[in-house]
Design a protein around this ligand. Structure first.
Ligand code: NAG
Ligand code: NAG
Ligand code: NAG
Ligand code: NAG
Ligand code: NAG
Ligand code: NAG
Ligand code: NAG
Length: 405
């Protein structure tokens, strides 16, 4: 459920934030008090053809992060100079901090060029910020040549949850001809939900309004990660551990799944101890009764150290309709001494399934509940890497575990 206290939404006209307003664009404002930040997205409608590197510098975001947010190939050599055509929607990841009691990003700056006007600068940001908002934030200064302007950008966190499920919020500029229904359909959400998230009293939106759109996401909160937490929007991936590991959501159950990124950086220490396995490798041994699967999984990172471990699971009766899974975290599931995190026990936790429903062990429910505390509610031995299994298999497996424990 949404925390209503944190979800007190104020609908303000943008004109309240600016000196003079021509438009009456609406925008959701999320009050905040903490000093935390979350990852959020901007839906950026490209005003003109732009190279990826230009987009990256316009928002001061790394190209690799833009590639990741749009699920574009990270190994593409020419990605920086790739030209994205005007009117494309590009997802731009930004950190969403709490500034003076409301969520917004003030970390982007723009250096005014010779022929720039405020309107032109604003246009360059695809309607995400008006000329008046830029003026207002910069103390009413104009667009003087060479001047560095702070570009305020809209963002929301809402605790990274939506209706109890993990979500990442995306700021979206309403275009002419769009309705809540059409936007909801595009982003797989409902009019009701969009109205609730944005505190819309009436189901009316106008071009230029900025909506917060919840994008379903997956989280590391229900995984036994050591010193890292990650929330990844569905339809994107995240690079972590010095870009050595790439994590994304499985499409149906939205489990976080991580494997070696395969991009150029030097990624040693990806090998699991006492095995020939690397993270993401799966070895299947078939027997007459079924097969064993042993997977080396990512467990987070600290500094340049990658934590990983072996998860040992025996899948009995691989072929056939009465298959079930028998999971076990191997006793040798310890990272090598140099990467071991000393105060965290690697032995399987006594009760991997503290959650009442098998869904929550995998689904976003558990993830969102324990989001703020990455080491709580961990499900031992329940791993993403094997989530390729049918859901029915998982239920059987969970039931089996309950009986065994
Ligand atoms: C971009 O990448 C560099 C090096 O990889 C890193 O130091 C910097 O923090 C990144 N910037 C952002 C905004 O992520
Ligand atoms: C996640 O994204 C994929 C496409 O990337 C889509 O097919 C799937 O329906 C999405 N899942 C959810 C729960 O939105
Ligand atoms: C799993 O492998 C071990 C040895 O590698 C073997 O003894 C055991 O029978 C296998 N289990 C199943 C269910 O195949
Ligand atoms: C988590 O990692 C950071 C960065 O490596 C480190 O400073 C911090 O001490 C670690 N915390 C724990 C609990 O390991
Ligand atoms: C996996 O578990 C089986 C029995 O449950 C054991 O025989 C085998 O050695 C384990 N494999 C690894 C790599 O831990
Ligand atoms: C996280 O969980 C641990 C153990 O469950 C608890 O001691 C700690 O207070 C929790 N921290 C937060 C911030 O909830
Ligand atoms: C492929 C397979 O194992 N099919 C089995 C499904 O279950 C029925 C009844 O248990 C078996 O008769 C089939 O052989």
């Amino acid at each position: 459920m949404r925390d209503q206290f944190h979800r007190l939404l104020l609908l303000l006209l943008l004109s309240l934030l600016s000196f003079v307003s021509i438009t009456q664009a609406k925008s959701v404002i999320e009050p905040c008090s903490s000093s935390d930040s979350c990852n959020s997205l901007l839906s950026y409608l490209l005003p003109w053809d732009s190279k990826l590197s230009e987009i990256a510098s316009r928002f001061q975001v790394n190209i690799s992060d833009i590639l990741a947010s749009n699920s574009m190939d990270p190994t593409m050599p020419s990605s920086a100079s790739q030209i994205i055509p005007a009117k494309s929607l590009v997802k731009v990841p930004i950190l969403c901090p709490c500034v003076d009691g409301i969520r917004r990003s003030l970390s982007t700056t723009y250096t005014v060029k010779a022929a720039d006007t405020m309107d032109l600068i604003s246009e360059g940001y695809g309607g995400l910020v008006s000329a008046n908002q830029i003026r207002s934030v910069n103390g009413g200064k104009g667009a003087g040549y060479g001047q560095s302007l702070v570009i305020p950008l809209p963002c929301t966190c809402f605790g990274n949850t939506n209706n109890g499920a993990t979500a990442v919020y995306m700021s979206y500029v309403v275009q002419r001809g769009e309705s809540l229904g059409s936007i909801g359909a595009r982003y797989r959400t409902t009019v009701t939900d969009l109205a609730a998230v944005n505190g819309l009293g009436q189901l009316v939106i106008d071009p230029g309004d900025i909506l917060a759109i919840p994008i379903p996401a997956c989280s590391s909160a229900n995984l036994k990660w050591y010193n890292e937490s990650l929330i990844v929007a569905n339809g994107s991936y995240a690079l972590t551990a010095n870009d050595c590991i790439r994590c994304s959501c499985t499409p149906t159950h939205l489990n976080l799944q991580c494997s070696p990124s395969g991009i150029m950086v030097a990624c040693n220490r990806l090998q699991c101890k006492a095995s020939h396995l690397f993270i993401g490798d799966v070895v299947v041994t078939k027997t007459h009764a079924g097969c064993n699967i042993t997977t080396c999984v990512y467990r987070g990172h600290g500094g340049r150290k990658i934590f990983r471990s072996l998860v040992n699971s025996s899948r009995v009766q691989c072929s056939g309709n009465e298959s079930y899974w028998d999971w076990e975290t191997s006793p040798m599931a310890s990272p090598s001494p140099e990467t071991m995190f000393p105060s965290i026990s690697l032995s399987p936790s006594p009760s991997p399934f503290s959650a009442p429903s098998p869904f929550s062990a995998f689904g976003a429910g558990t993830a969102s509940d324990s989001r703020s505390n990455q080491t709580s509610n961990s499900s031992s031995g329940v791993f993403l890497s094997l989530s390729i299994s049918c859901f029915s298999l998982l239920i059987l497996q969970l039931v089996t575990l309950f009986i065994l424990k």
